[in-house]
Ligand binder design. Structure first.
Ligand code: ATP
Ligand code: MG
Length: 256
């Protein structure tokens, strides 16, 4: 289970985020980046954050700790910015929190070296979950000390927007031509050899169990939240073994 906390104070919006995530303080005295359930992108973004973040963590990537954050819309009453006030008012209940990494900097590919091995692991993972949001324009990687941290997995698993067509979507290639780590000679084959066998049914069951029921309820054609959890797990399981053969746009893989 993800830690459950309650928001006690809205601190400030993170203006660089497209979904206007906010910085909040919670009753465990932690500071979190809050992704709102009422944001335009909807709750599937939050599901994607949990599935990808918790899977990445279990595969050995650095991902800030995730928590569910209960929000009382009353917190928005004193907020002068109308857009923020609207978000707070429409996000009562369970939201997603990501522990704020103080002192972290945005990743700059011109200022920071990444080994082919590490680059390969990140590209392979992004191919697995079909992450379209790790480009040089918007790396969604943080750097602290010498370490890389993965954030922002909201724009992944495009198949969860159309479950009837999911099988076809899951089989599609991954276009890495815009990937921020493309220039570091990512060794995707080595990453696949190490990581793909670790993406098992059991691991995916553990990961999808972390998704709060409230974000899964009411999906057309699915009876229970657990049925939908299984669909998430199956899609990733189907993709894990061979997705490295379908990574395009990073040099030697180009023509495959
Ligand atoms: N856990 C964190 N610790 C420190 N800073 C963070 C953290 N999470 C996000 N940030 C900062 O806030 C910005 C916005 O966060 P994020 O990318 O998750 O939001 P978004 O709205 O989904 O973004 P996008 O613009 O990519 O759609 C990040 O680029 C980063 O600078
Ligand atoms: Mg982002």
């Amino acid at each position: 289970m993800l830690t459950e906390v309650t928001a006690t104070r809205y601190i400030t919006p993170l203006r660089e985020g497209g979904s206007l995530p906010g910085l909040i303080e919670a009753d465990d005295l932690g500071t979190y980046v809050l992704k709102f359930t009422g944001a335009g992108q909807g709750r599937k973004t939050l599901v994607a954050e949990v599935v990808c973040g918790e899977l990445a963590r279990r595969l050995g990537f650095r991902v800030p700790r995730l928590a569910t954050v209960e929000l009382d819309p009353v917190l928005g009453l004193g907020e002068p910015d109308e857009q923020v006030q609207g978000l707070l008012k429409s996000s009562g209940g369970t939201n997603l929190g990501m522990e704020f990494l103080s002192g972290a900097l945005g990743f700059d590919p011109l200022a920071f070296e990444v080994s082919p091995e590490e680059a390969g692991r990140v590209v392979w993972f992004d191919a697995l979950v079909n992450n379209v949001d790790r480009s040089w324009r918007n790396p969604n990687l943080l750097r602290r000390g010498g370490d890389l941290w993965l954030i922002d997995h909201g724009a992944t698993m495009i198949w969860h927007h159309n479950w009837p067509g999911a099988e076809r979507s899951v089989a599609r290639p991954y276009d890495a031509s815009d990937h921020v780590l493309k220039t570091f000679a990512p060794d995707v084959a080595a990453a696949a050899a190490d990581l793909a066998p670790r993406v098992t049914e059991d691991l995916l069951a553990e990961v999808t169990a972390e998704i709060p029921d409230v974000w899964l309820a009411g999906e057309p054609d699915f009876g229970t939240p657990d049925e939908l959890r299984l669909a998430y797990a199956r899609a990733l399981l189907a993709r894990a073994a061979t997705v490295h053969e379908r990574v395009h746009g990073i040099g030697e893989k180009e023509n495959q």
